[in-house]
Ligand binder design. Structure first.
Ligand SMILES: NC(=O)c1ccc[n+]([C@@H]2O[C@H](COP(=O)([O-])OP(=O)(O)OC[C@H]3O[C@@H](n4cnc5c(N)ncnc54)[C@H](OP(=O)(O)O)[C@@H]3O)[C@@H](O)[C@H]2O)c1
Length: 247
């Protein structure tokens, strides 16, 4: 049951996060959108409201611990509770290790990995107090196997998998009624590859995506499915890919 649920979404200004915000709002959720680009968030929230949905936003950088705290506080202030959070913000400035793009490595770890940890830290006290909650995170097929040119990205997405599994096990030990899901998308149409700084890797991505690519809304449907599942059902992991994608 999604109607009336309060769902916080990071990385909601484009791609998978935007599609999920729109889909959940259409299903009756109250959605709280976070990302850095306030202009994009504002436009998406306006569109949701125009379509009859309920939404709010806060510009945040998930690499800043206090911003994730502020997003959770904003959701509570607007809607009184949080039922689920979708930790989806991410970047993929891929390059080969020998290029030594250490600033890109730092950003990848800060956003994709620490951003998820900070998001968990922001909601866990709230969920423990409610004795109920749901945390969904976007990893990637790159969190299941490694590809040349994607070391820091794969490492960050692998870490998301491990963090989410530890969270699930600890919550189960505590009988915390915390549902956790890690989603592993393959190629999805979005802005993600625009951040790739290595020409060969970016061209390779463009070539793959010309052959096969999912619409962001297909991942949004997966998020809707896990939120809509019965309260006693915990869907641990979901891998979603276009048919015939070879990797
Ligand atoms: N597209 C794919 O093929 C694919 C496959 C597997 C996994 N994924 C994962 O899916 C997630 C969503 O990506 P996407 O494909 O939808 O790409 P996207 O369109 O580029 O969306 C990424 C989102 O993350 C936000 N973001 C980036 N850095 C942020 C930060 N420091 N603080 C807050 N928000 C930040 C961006 O908004 P701002 O720029 O406004 O901050 C944007 O809303 C990512 O975690 C990505 O790794 C994507």
């Amino acid at each position: 049951m999604i109607t009336g649920k309060v769902v916080v979404i990071t990385g909601a200004s484009s791609g998978i996060g935007e599609a999920t915000a729109k889909r959940l709002a259409t299903a009756g959720a109250k959605v709280v959108l976070g990302a850095r680009h306030a202009d994009r968030l504002k436009a998406i929230v306006a569109q949701i409201q125009k379509d009859g949905g309920t939404a709010s936003f806060l510009p945040i950088d998930v690499a800043r611990k206090e911003d994730s705290q502020a997003l959770a506080a904003h959701a509570i202030q607007c809607f009184g509770r949080i039922d689920a959070i979708f930790l989806n913000a991410g970047i993929m400035p891929s390059s080969r290790l020998a290029e030594l793009k250490t600033d890109d490595w730092d950003r990848t770890i800060d956003i994709n990995l620490k951003g998820v940890l900070y998001g968990i830290a922001a909601v866990l006290p709230i969920f423990n107090k409610q004795h109920q909650g749901q945390i969904i995170a976007t990893s990637s097929v790159a969190g299941l196997k490694v590809y040349p040119g994607y070391a820091a990205y794969c490492a960050s997405k692998w870490a998301v998998r491990e963090i989410m599994e530890a969270l699930r096990l600890e919550a189960a030990q505590d009988k915390a009624n915390l549902r956790t899901t890690t989603i592993y998308p393959a190629a999805v149409h979005s802005n993600l590859i625009s951040g790739i700084t290595n020409d060969a890797i970016r061209n390779g991505e463009i070539a793959v995506r010309k052959q096969t690519e999912l619409a962001a809304d297909e991942v949004a449907k997966a998020v809707e499915y896990v939120i809509d599942a019965p309260a006693e059902t915990d869907i641990h992991e979901l891998t979603i890919a276009p048919l015939n994608q070879e990797w």
